[in-house]
Design a protein around this ligand. Structure first.
Ligand SMILES: Cc1ncc(COP(=O)(O)O)c(C=O)c1O
Length: 357
């Protein structure tokens, strides 16, 4: 799939929405520009989200919009970004943007960043003097890890790069700067002929892919690393946990050793872009029978039925764009799943203690 000279095939982008939401109004795609001396370009001061809108019989439907926007607000809070936008504002803007785009399905990208006040420029690391800018764009995006990945699975490696340490860069904030680490993981994987890299945390336990959470199946039990393994609290991860509970599959958060990846019966990634993608080999060691395993397939099937609006989600996960209002708030936008784990007493989308093996 990828050549070794760095000339990579990229994800298909059949269509881009020609309007962008900016600080409360819709502007043309061509007018959505920033100054090159903006703080964000030099110091990585952005936080963002990635959200999918699916095509359903009832028109376009955004998957777990409120949870994504709540994570954006959480990321903003962590980075002391004092902005005026509410959960409601951001959800309404997204629905309206998709409606204006005329697209039936798309990927939505909200971003909040430190910009430049051209009348009173500030060029230092200190972010506070710089104004905040918020944009939401959308485009139609193909399969993130390749067209065949969803059925066939992907070949991955364990990265030589570790995931961020919790006391350096918070992995639970989806900040642009975190993706410098992701880029190192991704580039190394691609240049070595793999579709993706899995990073270990600073203690050597499995963390996540450059843009996906990871799940391991052993026997009839599904395991996933806890938040303390420096992972992003993935919305798809949370959905997988709830789907497992719905299907009566035992799901646990556990610290996972690298070697456990090699002897797993099944492995799969979860993520908004990657959706649920099986992993068929790690470091050229075949996982299970070397394709999509039966438990992965079961979870994937239910996930796609839910996102297509063919089956009721465990919770209110789809926001139908053609309905004027966004989905009602539940627990301030969160309906966090609970994981069967003796050491786990906190919600999935908040800080967690280490789950011991
Ligand atoms: C580093 C990282 N981990 C995990 C995920 C999966 O998160 P989600 O399911 O919310 O898209 C992503 C994608 O956003 C990611 O970039």
């Amino acid at each position: 799939m990828y050549s070794k000279d760095g000339n990579m095939k990229d994800i298909k982008t059949p269509r881009i929405c020609d309007v962008v939401w900016h600080n409360g109004e819709f502007i043309k795609w061509n007018d959505a520009r920033v100054h090159v001396m903006s703080h964000v370009l030099h110091y990585g001061s952005s936080i963002f989200e990635g959200i999918r809108c699916y095509s359903t019989k009832q028109g376009p439907a955004v998957f777990r919009l409120r949870e994504h926007m709540q994570r954006l607000l959480n990321s903003a809070k962590i980075y002391r970004m004092d902005h005026p936008w509410t959960l409601e504002d951001l959800c309404t803007a997204t629905v309206e943007l998709i409606r204006q785009s005329g697209m039936d399905q798309c990927y939505v990208r909200p971003i909040l960043f430190r910009s430049l006040d051209e009348a009173h420029p500030a060029f230092g690391v200190n972010p506070f003097p710089n104004p905040l800018a918020c944009y939401i764009g959308a485009w139609d995006w193909g399969k993130y890890l390749g067209d065949e990945a969803i059925e066939q699975g992907v070949d991955v490696c364990v990265s030589t790069w570790n995931r961020l340490t919790p006391n350096s860069m918070p992995a639970m904030a989806k900040s642009g700067a975190n993706y410098m680490n992701s880029q190192l993981i991704k580039m190394e994987a691609l240049l070595n002929g793999f579709a993706e890299g899995i990073a270990l945390d600073d203690r050597g336990y499995v963390s996540e892919g450059s843009g996906e959470n990871i799940f391991l199946v052993t026997g009839d039990v599904v395991l996933t690393p806890p938040l303390s393994s420096s992972i992003l609290p993935g919305i798809t991860r949370d959905s997988v946990i709830q789907i497992c509970q719905e299907l009566g599959i035992t799901i646990k958060e556990r610290t996972i050793q690298r070697a456990a990846l090699y002897v797993a019966d099944e492995l799969f990634f979860s993520g908004t872009a990657a959706e649920i993608t099986p992993i068929r080999s790690v470091d050229r060691i075949t996982v299970g029978r070397g394709g999509r395993g039966p438990i992965t397939e079961k979870i994937q099937k239910l996930f796609f039925e839910i996102t297509k609006g063919e089956r009721q989600a465990p919770d209110n996960w789809l926001t139908y764009v053609n309905e004027t209002k966004t989905a009602p708030a539940k627990n301030n936008g969160h309906a966090p799943a609970r994981v069967k784990d003796d050491s786990d007493t906190t919600p999935i989308l908040s800080f967690q203690t280490v789950a011991q093996d």
